[in-house]
Design a protein around this ligand. Structure first.
Ligand SMILES: Cc1ncc(C[n+]2csc(CCOP(=O)(O)OP(=O)(O)O)c2C)c(N)n1
Length: 641
C-alpha cells in the first residue's frame, strides 16, 4: 500500500468500503465507525510502519479497514462469527493488533504504557492511539492525557472527531471540539502563529513577564486546542479526515515532533455509504441489512427486554416524580431514550462515563431522588468501586438496570455480560434479582424502586419470550423464589432467562422417567435459603442453572447456602448428603458467536440442561455417560454439601 501512487488511493478507499459494506450487511457490526476512518487508516499505515510502529484503536470497533489492510481480507467474511475474525483488535489474531480493546477510553493509557516500555527498553518506534470524540468523554482518557502530557514522552494521539458517540456526542468537551471544528485554523497556521509569537522581542524582566502574558492570551485567542496544549500535548488540527494528502502530511508532522502530540481529525461517520451517512446513529452497529437499501432485516414480533424495561420505567416515572434515568452513552441500546422523549428533564446521558454515572446516581439518591442507571452488564464492570463504595456502603436507593446480562453474542468476549453477579453479590445489603421473562422484569423494576437501598435487576439482551403481561407492575416479595413445577427426583434452581428452558428440560426429563422440580430463584440476593434447602433435602439432587460465570455466580451463592445450611443441620439423623451440580459459564472468556450457538456450547438449552440433569443419575446411564459429562467441563463437577 505504501508503494501505491497517491492518485490510486481513492480507489483503494472505495474498495475497502465496498468490502466492509458487503461483509457487515451479512454479519452485522460496527459499520458507520469503520467507514468513517477508511482514509485515516490508509494514511496511518502509509506514514507509520506497523507492526514495528504500534497503532492502538480505542474501543476497536472502527478497525475493519485496518483488518482489511493488514492481511485479513480473505477471512474478512468470517467477521464476528464463531471461530472467525474478531470485531475488535485481538493480539492473538495479528501482529498488527497491538492491544485488545472493546471497552472505550483505554487507548491513550495503553499507548502511553507501550511508549514508556519502548523508552525503558531503549527501542525506537512510534506509538499511536486513535480515539473517538465519544471515547474521549471517558474518565480514563483524561487520566491518561493528564499523565502522558506531563511526562513528555513522545506519543501520537489521533482524535477522530465525528461529532457522534453512538448517539450524538454529549458534554462540554464535545462543545469545545465543535467550536474548534468551525474555526478556520489549520495546523500549519498554528505553527505560523507560534513562530510569530516566538519572534516578538522581549526587553527587561517586567516587560518580559508582561509580554509572556500577552503572548499566552494571544495564543488562547488564535490557536485552537489550548485545552490539550495545557495538558502538555502539542495540538495539530483540525484537519479533514477524508483528505488523504492533508492527513499524511499532518501525521508525518506528528511523527516527527518530540513529546506528546494530539492530531485532531474531523471525519464523517458512515462516510461513503448513503444509508449510514444519513443515519449514523442507526448504523453504528446494526444487525444484518440489505446492502442496496440499508433496510434492516426484521425480527419477529416479541418486544426486547430493553423495550419492556423502558416502557415500564416511563410508566413508573409517571407515577413518581423522584424517578430519574441515567445512561452512559447508550440511550438507544438501553431504551432510556424513551425517558428522554417523555420526561427530558429527568433523563441524563453522561457520556461514556459509567463510573461517574454510578456516583452521580448516588448523589441524586442521597437527596431523595430515585435514580435508575441502565447499563450493559459488561460496561457496569467499570463502575464496580462506585457501586460498592458510593452506593452499597451508604445503602443508597440506586436502581441498577443491568441490560445485556449473560451471553450477548457476536461482539465477543469483551462484551459478554457474565461477571455482574460475581462483582455485585459481594456488596453487603444490595438486592439482586433477575426476571424469568419480560412480565417479571416489570414487577422487578417496580420492586427495585420500592426499596430503600440499592437494587439490581439483571436481564438479557434481545427479544423476550413474548409472554402476556400480567396487570400493572407490582412489587414482589423480596428474597422469595417461586416453585414452578414439583418433582421428587431432582430440583432445578434456575435464574433469569434460564428458567423457561429449565421448565422445558423438566418436561423432557419427565418423558425419560425423571421427575424434576423447577424453582425460579428470582433473587440472587437475598437468596431464598429456606426454599432451596427444603427442596434440596427433599430431592437429594440440586442443579443450578444460570447464564453467568460459575465463579462467584448464582450457583456459587446456592453452594454457599447449602454449605451453611449443612453446617447448621449438623451430623444428626436429619442430615442428608445433597448432590449439587452447577450449570453456567465455566472459567473461560465466552467467545464471539450467535447466542443460540453459544448456549449450545455451554449446555444452556432445554436439551443441554436435561442432559446435565440426567447425568446426575449415574445408576440410570452407566459409566460411559458419566465420563462424557466429566469431559464436558460444564458445571465444575459434582460437589457434596
Ligand atoms: C466503557 C464503554 N462504554 C460503552 C461502550 C459502548 N460504545 C461502543 S462505541 C461507543 C461510541 C464511541 O464513540 P466514538 O469514540 O466517538 O467513536 P465512533 O463510533 O463515533 O467512531 C460506545 C458508547 C463501550 N464500548 N465501552
Amino acid at each position: 500500500m505504501r508503494a501505491l501512487p497517491p492518485e490510486r488511493l481513492p480507489d483503494l478507499a472505495a474498495e475497502v468500503r465496498a468490502a466492509i459494506v458487503d461483509t457487515v450487511s451479512r454479519t452485522g457490526g460496527h459499520i458507520a465507525p469503520s467507514l468513517g476512518v477508511v482514509e485515516l487508516t490508509i494514511a496511518l499505515h502509509r506514514v507509520f510502519d506497523s507492526p514495528l510502529d504500534k497503532i492502538i484503536f480505542d474501543v476497536g470497533h472502527q478497525c475493519y479497514a485496518h483488518k482489511l489492510l493488514t492481511g485479513r481480507r480473505e477471512e474478512f467474511s468470517t467477521l464476528r462469527q464463531y471461530g472467525g475474525l474478531s470485531g475488535f483488535p485481538r493480539r492473538e489474531e495479528s501482529p498488527h493488533d497491538q492491544f485488545d480493546t472493546g471497552h472505550a477510553s483505554t487507548s491513550v493509557s495503553a499507548a502511553f504504557g507501550i511508549a514508556k516500555a519502548r523508552d525503558l527498553k531503549g527501542e525506537k518506534h512510534e506509538v499511536v492511539a486513535v480515539i473517538g470524540d465519544g471515547a474521549m468523554t471517558g474518565g480514563m482518557a483524561f487520566e491518561a492525557l493528564n499523565h502522558a502530557g506531563h511526562d513528555g514522552t513522545h506519543l501520537v494521539v489521533v482524535l477522530n472527531d465525528n461529532r457522534m458517540s453512538i448517539a450524538p456526542n454529549v458534554g462540554a468537551l464535545s462543545d469545545y471540539l465543535r467550536k474548534m471544528r468551525v474555526s478556520p485554523h489549520y495546523w500549519r497556521f498554528k505553527a505560523d502563529i507560534e513562530g510569530l509569537l516566538r519572534r516578538v522581542p522581549v526587553v527587561g524582566e517586567g516587560l518580559a513577564r508582561f509580554a509572556e502574558r500577552v503572548k499566552n492570551s494571544l495564543k488562547y485567542l488564535l490557536v485552537p486546542g489550548m485545552l490539550f496544549e495545557e495538558l502538555g500535548f502539542t495540538y495539530l488540527g483540525p484537519v479533514d479526515g477524508h483528505d488523504l494528502d492533508v492527513l499524511e502530511r499532518v501525521l508525518q508532522d506528528a511523527r516527527d515532533f518530540h513529546g506528546p502530540v494530539l492530531v485532531h481529525v474531523v471525519t464523517q461517520k458512515g462516510r461513503g455509504y448513503a444509508p449510514a451517512e444519513d443515519n449514523p446513529y442507526a448504523f453504528h452497529g446494526p444487525g444484518p441489512f440489505d446492502p442496496d437499501t440499508g433496510e434492516r432485516l426484521k425480527s419477529n414480533g416479541a418486544p426486547t427486554y430493553s423495550e419492556v424495561f423502558a416502557k415500564t420505567l416511563v410508566e413508573l416515572a409517571g407515577d413518581d416524580q423522584r424517578v430519574v434515568a441515567i445512561t452512559a452513552a447508550m440511550p438507544d441500546g438501553t431504551g432510556t431514550e424513551l425517558m428522554a422523549r417523555t420526561f427530558p428533564e429527568r433523563f441524563f446521558d453522561v457520556g461514556i462515563a459509567e463510573e461517574h454515572a454510578m456516583t452521580f446516581a448516588a448523589g441524586l439518591a442521597a437527596q431523595g431522588m430515585r435514580p435508575v442507571f441502565a447499563v450493559y452488564s459488561t460496561f457496569l464492570q467499570r463502575a464496580t468501586d462506585q457501586f460498592i463504595h458510593d452506593v452499597a456502603l451508604p445503602g443508597l436507593p440506586v436502581v441498577v438496570a443491568v441490560d445485556r446480562a449473560g451471553i450477548v453474542g457476536e461482539d465477543g468476549p469483551t462484551h459478554q455480560g457474565v461477571f455482574d453477579i460475581a462483582i455485585l453479590r459481594a456488596a453487603p445489603g444490595a438486592v439482586l434479582m433477575s426476571p424469568k421473562d419480560e412480565d417479571e422484569l416489570r414487577h422487578m423494576l417496580k420492586t427495585a424502586l420500592s426499596l430503600d437501598g440499592p437494587a439490581v435487576v439483571r436481564y438479557p439482551r434481545g427479544q423476550a419470550p413474548g409472554v402476556t403481561l400480567d396487570g400493572p407492575p407490582r412489587t414482589l416479595p423480596v428474597g422469595k423464589g417461586e416453585v414452578l413445577r414439583e418433582g421428587q427426583d431432582l430440583v432445578i434452581v434456575a435464574l433469569g432467562n434460564t428458567v423457561h428452558p429449565s421448565l422445558r428440560a423438566a418436561e423432557a426429563l419427565a418423558a425419560r422417567g425423571i421427575e424434576a422440580a423447577v424453582i425460579n430463584a428470582r433473587f440472587v440476593k437475598p437468596l431464598d435459603h429456606d426454599l432451596i434447602l427444603t427442596w434440596a433435602r427433599r430431592c437429594g439432587r440440586i442443579l443450578t442453572v444460570e447464564e453467568h460465570a460459575l465463579t462467584g455466580g448464582f450457583g456459587s451463592a446456592v453452594a454457599e447456602a447449602l454449605a451453611a445450611g449443612g453446617a447448621a443441620i449438623g451430623g444428626g439423623a436429619e442430615a442428608r448428603a445433597v448432590t449439587l451440580k452447577m450449570l453456567g459459564i465455566p472459567d473461560e472468556f465466552v467467545p464471539a458467536g450467535k447466542p443460540a450457538l453459544l448456549r449450545e456450547r455451554y449446555g444452556l438449552t432445554p436439551e443441554g440442561i436435561a442432559r446435565v440433569a440426567e447425568a446426575m443419575f449415574p445408576e440410570r446411564r452407566g459409566e460411559a455417560d458419566e465420563m462424557q459429562t466429566a469431559a464436558t467441563g460444564n458445571g465444575g463437577g459434582r460437589e457434596r454439601a
